[in-house]
Design a protein around this ligand. Structure first.
Ligand SMILES: Nc1ncnc2c1ncn2[C@@H]1O[C@H](COP(=O)(O)OP(=O)(O)OP(=O)(O)O)[C@@H](O)[C@H]1O
Ligand SMILES: [Mg+2]
Length: 359
């Protein structure tokens, strides 16, 4: 069965709590203001905006002591010919060092600077080379640099004073890849637009299907090294989620079956599939996943697809719910044989799946 109120209840438990979201807002606002107002950066910084799962409303509640992660893009007018990726990182690390909130709390990563605060991680991605039009769009009101998919379902970049000549199409930015020693293309804006659009075409169910499956896979994979992480799961859900969904249950079932059917041949051949990035389709988001890790993911999906189909087709409410609990653990009501609750209860603690199932 589709059990929509049970799915809603589960989603309330796996979304970040309001307190945590408030902390995220405080943390990203402080960081962005610090960078935009820094006197050394005033000729370099164009603007900032949010990206990643926080922006796309696909962030799930952190588990096992991990922190919620907010991805912040800093758009600069740096000239990629005169600046190497290592120089860019060094320059911005020096700026962060001037501030006692960030000094000692940041680390250099391959394509970003990770900032670790008490309950939140900020991932600062520095980008360069926006065209004149892109700069105008990013700085304009219509862009809504913090608008999340769930909070602003109607958001779309429409014609405005900055680009009066027709439909605007996103353009790539350049991102310094320190390990590769060169600048690479990135286009997070396209993925944000795509997600808004997909969510509208699925009656708002899409981001919930992503969260449900990210939650399932977080526990199923237990953070084992090499296995696909949250973003990769989201990309596959995006590829296999049909439009016109009537429920989250339907989306979960169809996505799992879609993945099972699409990659059986890859697994048989011992290869990892090429999964095109929404923003830069020539980039394979699964590039770093070894074939044996892909197989492990695939085998879990295949087993879960069978369970989801059985729970979805089951006409009995109690046994269907037991089927979904078998997938999502005790965040799915009514868990632990407790009577079904029709009332909403805000969880006071991060939800923990039943130990027995995930042990
Ligand atoms: N393998 C990849 N290929 C292309 N882009 C990537 C890849 N990994 C991450 N990104 C980009 O960087 C963003 C931030 O990465 P991150 O690992 O924080 O994922 P996320 O989507 O925010 O999910 P999570 O909830 O796990 O943080 C992604 O949303 C995506 O735009
Ligand atoms: Mg993230």
């Amino acid at each position: 069965m589709e059990l929509p109120s049970y799915f809603n209840d589960m989603l309330t438990k796996i979304r970040p709590s309001q307190d945590l979201l408030d902390m995220c807002v405080g943390a990203h606002t402080e960081l962005r203001e610090t960078l935009v107002n820094d006197s050394e950066l005033k000729d370099i910084v164009v603007t900032t905006f949010l990206q990643g799962s926080y922006r796309r409303s696909t962030l799930i509640r952190p588990v096992n002591g991990s922190k919620a992660d907010v991805d912040v893009v800093l758009v600069t007018s740096l000239d990629p010919i005169n600046w190497t990726p290592a120089q860019v990182q060094e320059h911005f690390c020096q700026v962060l060092s001037k501030d006692s909130r960030y000094r000692g709390n940041y680390r250099r990563q391959g394509r970003s600077i990770g900032i670790s605060l008490e309950k939140i991680s900020l991932d600062l991605v520095i980008t360069a080379a926006p065209s004149g039009t892109l700069k105008d769009v990013l700085k304009s009101e219509v862009f809504g640099s913090e608008f999340s998919v769930e909070a602003h379902p109607e958001w779309k970049i429409v014609k405005g004073p900055s680009f009066p000549d027709g439909e605007w199409k996103s353009e790539p930015l350049l991102i310094p890849d320190r390990d590769a020693g060169r600048w690479e293309q990135t286009d997070p804006i396209s993925h944000i637009e795509w997600t808004h659009d997909k969510n509208r075409k699925t009656d708002g169910h899409y981001v919930n299907v992503v969260k449900a499956l990210k939650w399932w896979w977080t526990w199923e994979s237990s953070g084992r090294k090499g296995l696909p992480k949250g973003y990769l799961t989201e990309c596959l859900v995006g590829l296999h989620c049909p439009d016109g969904l009537e429920s989250v249950a339907e989306g979960v079932t169809l996505v799992l079956e879609g993945i099972r059917d699409a990659y059986a041949y890859n697994v048989h051949q011992g290869t990892t599939p090429f999964i095109a990035d929404v923003g830069i389709p020539s980039n394979n988001v699964f590039q770093r996943v070894p074939p044996d890790c892909f197989r492990e993911f695939y085998d879990s999906v295949k087993a879960c697809a069978t369970k989801a189909r059985a729970a979805f087709d089951d006409p009995d409410q109690a046994s269907s719910a037991r089927g979904w609990i078998g997938i999502f653990g005790n965040v799915f009501p009514p868990s632990n044989n407790a009577p079904a609750s029709k009332t909403f209860q805000k969880p006071s603690q991060p939800a923990e799946p039943r130990k027995a199932r995930f042990a």
